[in-house]
Design a protein around this ligand. Structure first.
Ligand SMILES: Nc1ncnc2c1ncn2[C@@H]1O[C@H](COP(=O)(O)OP(=O)(O)OP(=O)(O)O)[C@@H](O)[C@H]1O
Length: 918
């Protein structure tokens, strides 16, 4: 009876709504009826069937009937409201997209950096903001140029103001559009400040992530967010969420390689992607990634980013038909600072870094310009950066470029370069319109904005109603005898606001898998939620249905699938991580991973394309498809086995482990291993400083450091281009090398006296402690320490520079595999977080004890950065049977240093140090 009544009610409600709402199509009604027909036995329609087939043994009281009918009415109302809200979502997306289209899919903002306290402003202001769209660049007293932007942020602009302009793009990302938000500009102009911000003044990235989660909660769909972070350092991709190995024996991290699917979607093979469930998790991962960035001190910025850092947030929603695509990506890109070599006076590695940054920036400019001009050929392949972003630049994707400029007159040249870049990127495709058209556009945009507001207000009202109905339903359910299962029927809850994957999964898990395909899409659990709940495992016999459930051929879904990889810890517990991959990650060719090469050496051919059997020829893709065709059955099995071996990564676990123990994860294909090492808390700066001062006190009497075996007279006679006081020091060096070395090197480097540097071309210069980087060699037999870089070396007394921290960040990518700190004596033992610790270790044992040691050090000049020291004792090497190799290599390095040769000249490859270590 009850069941018949509720069905009748539903039918009546639908019928009446049909007259009112055009979107209630007959197929929709049919699908709802179908659901009822296929719901498990608790459902009303099954009751109805049961009643028809046999006499009902259950009799309901009138009271119960009324209750059930009230509940049923509420359910119907909820369904109607949900449909209504979906309709509004579609409208809102359309209007927002029209609005952004009018604004331009590629928008360029300009932010002028404020003058810092105590900074020399210069005699005249070269850059003046005329209004919120124009800046005037004064080239000289009577010459100036005007540049137009979509928005100009004055020096006093707050982070809030900047984010308010970014917000529409974030909203549209939730609507399924890909988006890229770039920070571009001269080094030291505030790119990182804009993107990352500070704890008090959070930048675009944390704000955007927060907004995404907030808006997602506000939407009536379930979303799945995955977070990844990588950097492009000198054309190489590096996963910032996986730390580097600690020992030479430790496995190398998996190489990241860019892959493209037949539809043009880009995936980065082996890039770790974490499923994040809230803002805090994402923020903590973001901080973890920021700590691993390659930064260094340059003439222009004490903490200069030497790479492009890219944060990717993938958003998936399988049940939001109004979204542009199921999975889309938002990229936040803090570009490396553009710099003029003449100004930065960079050389060696800094120079190479600067060159790589400039090249990829100009490649990015070319791509954006080509897109703006709607050119047929877009030169994506010219850099790794543009290859990675290929599917998120152009088309319907939204691009925001925040160009940063300096207010100082001494930076005029760089400012011109940045503004020219911005002009190219903007391409002023809107600039050609006359003022009438521009006004018209302005009016249309205002109308659209108004429309968005009205729609959002309407949505809010409906949501309030939904909430009220839900409360009502809860109360009725408590009063009545209705089973919780009935209340949890998916058509009631899956569309409710504040979606929660967990609840979604639970709600749908009651439905037999065979009936899943009968449910409308919005009611079905996502692959992920099913996996998490273990449905797939439990129903392995239902593989057929599992595949049948897919709405599209596999090849079509390639861009949106994130594959999990089973991970194992060496510490007896198991962890799972998400390894973000498109279907290409299965890599039918086996070990055909393509190593990331320096960007300029690569072409589109480097991007591996896997073609699946049912794939149609993709747009503009001329790659030989037959070469990669694989058997669909085989593919299907692989897919299934991947899924069945899945568990979700607990981000908290990951973050926790990064603070504590190192662990190794393996991917399910076996063999390759990635080592994640603990990352100390950011507070290590203060820790390092504390140690440093303690160290200074302890070691005043052990400062002298003789140089007996190396004579530099000849080199020192070379022309030295340094300022007054340094020149006089050097002259002294030429006359009396030994005392000067002591004098110069034994001073506290932090006070600025610095170290002596010998460039490969023979030039000598003194630089302050900040520059010191690269591997260094200590050999107490000749009381000398070397700090060697790939093209140069310096001589210094490490004991006198306790504050210098050692890190792999300064090295060639492969050198980064060099183990992190271990105790000098036993080679293993304690981890040394700071160099000061390691120096202390050495000092505690005294010079005599150190005598038998040869050790390698990696220096990281960045005082804020995590500091790790790499020390290996000769004894330890001997124990491990590699002493011979170690000695030989160190001798070569010595010879190289003495001859003034760099490593590269001797033909040393990146992995030179790797071989030295255990
Ligand atoms: N708008 C701003 N308000 C306050 N401080 C700022 C602003 N912009 C930049 N700064 C400060 O200027 C310094 C340099 O900024 P930042 O490191 O962000 O530059 P960058 O462009 O990222 O440099 P690089 O390219 O070398 O990494 C920082 O100390 C930062 O706090």
């Amino acid at each position: 009876m009850e069941a018949r009544k509720s069905v009748q009610n539903l039918a009546e409600t639908i019928h009446s709504l049909l007259g009112l709402k055009a979107h209630f199509t007959s197929s929709w009604v049919k699908s709802v009826c179908d659901i009822i027909g296929h719901l498990p036995s608790e459902g009303p329609s099954n009751d109805l069937k049961a009643e028809n087939s046999k006499t009902s043994t259950v009799s309901f009281s009138n009271k119960e009937d009324d209750l059930a009918s009230a509940i049923s009415k509420i359910k119907d109302e909820l369904a109607a409201l949900t449909a209504n809200i979906n309709q509004l979502n579609i409208q809102r997306r359309q209007v927002l997209n029209d609005f952004l289209d009018l604004k331009g899919n590629i928008r360029v903002f300009c932010r002028i950096r404020p003058v810092a306290l105590g900074e020399n402003f210069g005699s005249f202001k070269p850059i003046v903001a005329m209004d919120s769209s124009y800046v005037l660049l004064r080239l000289s007293d009577n010459k100036s140029r005007c540049y137009s932007f979509d928005k100009v942020f004055l020096p006093g602009s707050s982070q809030d103001e900047v984010f308010s302009e970014v917000k529409p793009v974030i909203k549209s990302a939730l609507d399924g559009y890909n988006a890229c938000i770039f920070a571009y500009g001269q080094t030291g102009t505030g790119k990182t400040f804009t993107m990352e911000g500070s704890p008090d003044l959070p930048g675009v990235v944390p704000r955007a992530i927060e907004a995404l989660f907030r808006e997602a909660v506000d939407c009536n769909h379930a979303f799945l967010f995955t977070f990844s972070m990588l950097e492009i350092y000198m054309g190489n991709l590096k996963d910032l969420l996986i730390t580097q190995p600690r020992k030479a024996m430790d496995p190398m991290p998996l190489r990241l390689s860019i892959k493209t699917d037949p539809k043009g979607g880009i995936e980065i093979d082996n890039l770790v992607a974490f499923q994040v469930s809230d803002f805090n998790q994402a923020l903590r991962l973001y901080r973890l990634g920021c700590q691993s960035r390659s930064t260094a001190s340059t003439n222009c910025n004490t903490s200069s980013s030497r790479s492009h850092s890219l944060i990717r947030l993938s958003i998936t929603s399988f049940d939001a038909p109004e979204r542009q695509r199921e999975t889309n990506k938002v990229w936040f890109i803090d570009l490396g600072g553009s710099e003029r070599v003449l100004k930065t006076k960079a050389w060696g590695r800094r120079l190479e870094e600067g060159k790589a940054i400039n090249l990829s920036l100009s490649a990015l400019g070319d791509v954006i310009n080509a897109l703006q001009r709607k050119k047929f050929h877009v030169p994506y392949r010219n850099s790794k950066l543009t290859q990675v972003l290929k599917d998120s630049l152009g088309g319907s994707s939204k691009t925001l470029m925040l160009v940063h400029v300096s207010p100082k007159d001494e930076d005029l040249c760089e400012t011109i370069c940045s503004l020219n870049f911005a002009t190219r990127a903007r391409s002023i495709h809107l600039g050609t319109e006359d003022s009438e058209k521009r006004d018209q556009r302005g009016v249309t945009m205002m109308n659209l904005q108004q429309k968005i507001k009205i729609i959002e207000e309407e949505r809010r009202n409906i949501k309030r109603n939904i909430e009220k109905l839900n409360e009502k339903l809860d109360t009725l359910a408590k009063r009545g005898t209705i089973s919780s299962q009935e209340l949890n029927a998916p058509h009631l809850t899956s569309e409710l606001p504040q979606p929660n994957l967990e609840s979604l999964r639970n709600k749908t898990s009651d439905v037999p898998i065979g009936q899943m395909s009968l449910l409308p899409r919005f009611m079905r659990p996502t692959i992920c939620s099913r996996r998490k709940s273990g449905i797939d495992k439990q129903n392995s016999e239902d593989k057929q249905e599992f595949h049948a459930r897919r709405r599209r051929p596999l090849s079509h879904r390639a861009e949106s699938v994130t594959f999990p990889v089973k991970c194992k810890s060496d510490h007896s517990s198991e962890f799972d991580t998400w390894r973000s991959s498109c279907l290409l990650a299965f890599n039918m060719k086996g070990s055909a991973d393509i190593e990331t090469e320096y960007s300029q050496d690569t072409s589109e051919c480097d991007i591996e394309v896997v073609v699946f059997p049912e794939q149609e020829t993709s747009r503009g893709n001329s790659i030989n498809q037959n070469a990669h065709i694989s058997h669909s059955q085989q593919y299907g099995n692989r897919l299934e086995s991947k899924y069945s071996s899945t568990r979700f990564l607990d981000v908290e676990n990951w973050l926790h482990l990064h603070k504590k123990e190192p662990f190794i994860i393996t991917n399910s294909s076996g063999g390759k291993r990635v080592l994640a090492t603990p990352i100390p808390e950011k507070k290590c700066r203060s820790y390092g400083q504390k140690k440093e001062s303690k160290l200074k006190d302890e070691t005043k009497d052990t400062c002298s450091f003789k140089i007996n075996k190396i004579v530099y007279h000849k080199m020192l006679n070379k022309q030295v281009d340094v300022e007054g006081f340094r020149r006089s020091v050097l002259e002294e060096v030429i006359n009396k090398p030994q005392p000067l070395f002591e004098d110069c090197l034994n001073k506290d480097s932090r006070s600025g006296s610095g170290c002596l540097l010998h460039k490969p071309d023979g030039d000598l210069t003194i630089q302050t402690q900040d520059f010191v980087h690269g591997p260094s060699i200590i050999d107490n037999e000749c009381d000398t320490s070397f700090m060697l870089r790939d093209l140069d070396f310096s001589i210094g007394n490490p004991k006198e520079e306790p504050g210098i921290s050692f890190s792999s960040l300064e090295l060639e990518p492969h050198c980064q595999q060099v183990p992190t700190g271990t105790d000098v004596e036993d080679g293993m033992g304690e981890n040394l977080d700071t160099s000061s610790q390691s120096w202390m270790t050495g000092r505690e044992r005294g010079p005599q004890k150190l005598k038998s040691h040869m050790a390698l050090f990696m220096v990281n000049p960045h005082p804020e950065e995590l500091t790790r020291t790499y020390v290996r004792s000769q004894e330890y090497a001997q124990n491990r049977g590699i002493c011979h190799l170690l000695k030989q290599k160190i001798q070569i390095v010595y010879a190289s240093a003495l001859l003034g040769l760099g490593f590269q000249k001797l033909g040393f490859e990146h992995d030179f140090f790797y071989g030295l270590m255990l």
